[in-house]
Structure formats: C-alpha cells, structure tokens
Ligand binder design. Structure first.
Ligand code: UT7
Length: 319
C-alpha cells in the first residue's frame, strides 16, 4: 500500500505591507472596523513585477529545501491559483520552467480559496496510485490585482502570498483522507465576473461578494466537512492536535472551532498578518506552524477551506 506524506513546507510573502491605517487613507474605513469584523491588521501586496509564479517560486524553493530533495526529483507540479500569470500556459508550467524542473506533468487547479485542499487531495491520489513519488503542491495568489480598490467591503479583506509543500510517497500515512465538495448554484455570492484583455474591460473584472451570505455558507459547510473527515477516520474533534483553517475571517475561524469544541489554542491563525490569501492561506499557515515548531511528528492535523464556486473541502493528516 502506498501513502503520501508532507515532507517539506515553504512560504513567501511579498515585501510590501499594507496596514489598516494605510487603507484608512484609501477608502472610508477604520482600523477598528477591519480588526473587529475580520481580525486582519495587515496584508502583503506583490510588487508590480511580481506574478503568481514568482511568489510560488520562492515558496517552492523553501519547501524543496526543507524536504531535502533535488528539483529534478519532483515528478508532479500542481499549482492552485485564481490569479494565474496569464490565460495559458498554466502557472504550474511557468513555475516548472523557473524552477528548472523537467519531465514532469504540471497543471493548475482552480477552486478559489479551496484550491490548495483540492490540489493536495489530487496529488495524494497521484501518489497513492503509484503515478509519482514527489509532488510539489503550491497555493499562490496576487489578489491585489483583482480587487476594486474603491470598494471598502472587499479591498480590506485580501492579501498576496504563496505557500508550498512537497508531498512524497511513504510507507505510513501521511494523508489519512481528503473530502472535496462543490455547489455551483452558489456561484453568484462570490465571483470575479469579467476580464480585462488589451485594456478592454469585459463584465466586472473585480471581486464581488455578498459578505453575509458567504459568511453563513462558510460556517455551515466547514463544520459539515470537518465532521465528515473525522467520521471517516473514526476520530473525535478532541483527537485533532492542530486545525489549519482557510484564513478568511477570524470570526469564521472562531465560530468553526467553537462548533467543533476545539480550543483556539489548537487553531493556527495567520489572518491577522496575512489577510485572506485565498489558495495560499492554508499552506502559508501550515508552513508558519511547522517552522515555529508547533506541529510535531505524530500529531493529527486537519486542513479545511471554503471558497468561490462554491467549493469546500478538508484534508486530515498525521504529521
Ligand atoms: O475566502 C472566502 C471568501 N470570503 C469570506 O469568507 C468572507 C466572508 N464574509 C465576511 O468575512 C464578512 O461578511 C465581512 C467581513 C465581509 C463583512 O462583515 P459583516 O459583519 O458581515 O458586515 P456587513 O457586510 O454586514 O456590513 C456591516 C456594515 C455596513 O454598513 P451599514 O449598511 O450597516 O451601514 C457596511 O457598509 O459595515 C459597512 N462596511 C464597512 N465599514 C467600514 C463594509 N465594509 C466596511 C469597511 N469599513 N471596510
């Protein structure tokens, strides 16, 4: 029986920090409103020349180094992103070239804020099917490019960044189970319904969101998917050592933890410093808790996320 296991993590945040005080000068908002409604105090913003693949490259190099493998040992690259460098080639192919990786399949996954969970579940299946040994799985986003910086209800929420893991074949799990869901009938409550091409605007190429509807939907499905993951593994929520939720809003995170009876001390929170980095948020939070020594060998870790589509999912793993 083949299993997959995360053997290295990496993260990258662009140098520029945009604080709530900076945003007070851009739109009619306040540090107090943003902190009390979302828990966010700052977010990182990519430089003009930085694309999703550049952020991904930094995070990937760190994950590969932590895994102790060589670039040419990577035999699958999956990039989760909603803000690709271009329509095609995929950001995964661009990343492959920048890394100098050769002769491996590379493709993008588009599941918005659930993208990393979708990508990790996909890589796990490749490994368990014996189709690859070392997968590079990345979440990378430059949401600053798809925000309407005049819309205070959305521009204060998001940030840019990338997180990556190397998932390798092993004799022991590793990933215990993955659970993916989607319901396209909720597509209108969170979307970017347009594009810009050659300076021509089609539709609305910026993020629009019915915040309240998204909030309620997120709290409901996250609880459901966590219980689904626990039930499949005959575990209780008290068996979870670390919950690594998608980092959209501290109130969603607290509400999910409370419903599950998990103390906030067991929840990894980065939304305060990163904002919502969509597909990058879970691997960035994971990398933070691995590098600061919170996550230890043998512990049970649950990743969960929800995003536009709507999509949602969870991955339960033993570290
Ligand atoms: O990654 C997955 C996708 N995203 C999410 O999961 C986000 C889910 N939703 C949320 O996190 C919350 O719904 C928000 C943070 C977006 C909004 O919080 P809320 O408590 O649901 O506030 P609200 O939308 O009900 O707005 C309350 C008030 C409104 O004013 P009125 O109508 O009560 O006078 C808004 O106009 O707050 C106003 N408002 C703001 N005020 C200051 C909205 N944005 C801002 C702002 N600064 N930035």
């Amino acid at each position: 029986m083949k299993y997959s296991r995360i053997v290295g993590t990496g993260g990258y945040l662009p140098e520029k920090i945009l604080t709530n005080q900076d945003l007070e000068r851009l739109v009619d908002t306040s540090d107090e409103w943003i902190r009390s409604r979302t828990g966010i105090t700052q977010r990182h913003i990519a430089a003009d020349h930085e694309m999703a693949s550049d952020l991904a490259l930094h995070a990937s190099r760190k994950a590969i180094e932590a895994a102790g493998i060589k670039v040419d040992e990577i035999d699958l690259i999956i990039v989760a992103t909603t803000t690709p460098d271009m329509v095609f080639p995929s950001t995964a192919c661009i990343l492959q070239d920048k890394l100098g990786a050769r002769n491996c399949p590379a493709f993008d996954v588009q599941a918005v804020c659930s993208g990393f969970v979708y990508a990790l579940a996909t890589a796990d299946m490749f490994i368990r099917a014996g189709k690859c040994r070392n997968a590079l799985v990345v979440g990378t986003e430059v949401y600053s490019r798809i925000l309407d910086w005049k819309d205070r209800s959305t521009c204060v929420l998001f940030g840019d960044g990338a997180g990556a893991v190397v998932l390798s074949q092993g004799d022991q799990p590793g990933i215990l189970s993955s659970h993916l869901h989607a319901d396209g009938s909720y597509s209108k409550i969170l979307s970017v319904p347009g594009s810009i091409c050659d300076g021509k605007v089609q539709g609305t190429p910026f993020l629009i969101m019915e915040g309240n509807a998204v909030f309620k939907f997120a709290v409901r499905v996250l609880e459901e998917v966590v219980y689904e993951a626990l039930a499949e593994n005959n575990l209780q929520s008290s068996d979870i050592d670390w919950l690594i939720p998608h980092q959209a809003n501290i109130r969603i995170i607290q509400s999910t933890a409370k419903k599950l009876g998990i103390s906030m001390e067991k929840v990894v929170v980065t939304v305060d410093k990163h904002g919502n980095t969509s597909a990058a948020s879970i691997p960035l939070a994971l990398d933070t808790a691995v590098r600061d020594g919170r996550i230890k060998s043998g512990q049970t870790v649950l990743l969960e996320g929800v995003g536009g589509g709507f999509t949602w999912g969870a991955v339960l793993l033993r570290w």
